[in-house]
Design a protein around this ligand. Structure first.
Ligand code: NAP
Length: 277
């Protein structure tokens, strides 16, 4: 029987996830499908019922449903619980397991493109305090980063994120304090929407980062955001966000279709061409 998976969100038409999963299904010769379905917030519980009834093997959840979906799951994995959002649903014997794979996607991308980035890493800077920032912070904590400084336009939101994590490692700061903290940080991560469509931060003191710092942006349209371009011009090691998108998709595909797909250069090129097209 052909297994059916989905992406639900609102809107979903722009997503490249159907292309990505479609390529893997084809390559692995699996009789299955992965379809984007626009679901409005009030219709989310009914969609979960359809999943429980066996119409699908699982799927992905995107904006704006990642938090609401967590509450509708029958069980959630520890990463999703910490982050407070799910992006992957897996049907297991009529029960829906919610997972968050953004964390592993983020870490895997850095491991691949900046091997050794976490060795002895004491201080990291995270720009943004939204859903993606929570996944990034959880990932950095998992790797034992001692000081994680969050900078956000709305300081209250950064403080709420810090309170949610607890402990002493994570702290909230206004952008004005960035220049003071930058010299200690060997990793800077942009998790804000700034960079999308080529948009820019007013000014970031990248000149204050250590010469061996890694700068990564989880925004991947364009692939090289203005932040990454400036960091590259300053001789810093940069890592784009496309790998995070590709790697976060691997655990879901494996759970739904039973085979672990590969993230290859060809796959990256095909998805990139579609994004640029
Ligand atoms: P979100 O929850 O809506 O959070 C958005 C964040 O961006 C907030 O911290 C917000 O600050 C900040 N922001 C927005 N506009 C800003 C501006 N003009 N100046 C400064 N800060 C600004 O969104 P999210 O889910 O965290 O996603 C954030 C970005 O990550 C999106 O572009 C998304 O596409 C991308 N993403 C990529 C991947 C991947 O696989 N590569 C995965 C997940 C998300 P305030 O709180 O002050 O408003």
């Amino acid at each position: 029987m052909s297994r059916k998976a989905f992406l639900i969100g609102d809107p979903v038409a722009h997503s490249k996830s159907p292309l990505l999963h479609g390529l893997w299904l084809q390559e692995l010769a699996i009789a299955g499908s992965y379809t984007a379905i626009a679901v409005k917030a009030p219709d989310l519980p009914r969609f979960f019922d359809r999943l429980r009834e066996g119409e699908f093997v699982g799927g992905n959840v995107t904006i704006p449903h990642k938090e609401a979906a967590l509450a509708l799951c029958d069980a959630v994995d520890p990463a999703a619980r910490t982050i407070g959002a799910v992006n992957t649903l897996v049907l297991q014997e009529s029960r829906i397991l919610g997972r968050n794979t953004d964390l592993v996607g983020f870490l895997h991308n850095l491991d691949e493109k900046a091997a050794g980035w976490d060795a002895g890493l004491e201080t990291a800077i995270v720009l943004g305090a939204g859903g993606a920032a929570r996944a990034v912070v959880a990932g950095l904590r998992e790797r034992g980063v001692g000081t994680i400084a969050i900078f956000n336009r709305s300081l209250e939101k950064a403080q709420a994120l810090v309170a949610g994590f607890g402990g002493d490692e994570v702290s909230a700061h206004p952008y004005a304090a960035l220049a003071d903290l930058a010299p200690a940080a060997r990793l800077l991560v942009n998790t804000t929407a700034v960079g999308m469509g080529g948009s820019r931060f007013p000014h970031l003191p990248l000149d204050r980062l250590p010469a061996d710092a890694v700068v990564t942006d989880i925004v991947y349209t364009p692939l090289v955001t203005p932040l990454l371009a400036e960091a590259r011009d300053r001789g810093l090691h940069i890592v784009d966000g496309l790998g995070m998108l590709l790697y976060q998709a691997v655990p879901g595909f494996e759970a739904w279709f039973g085979k672990r797909p590969q993230v290859t250069g060809d796959l990256r090129d095909t998805v990139l061409a579609a994004l640029e097209g």
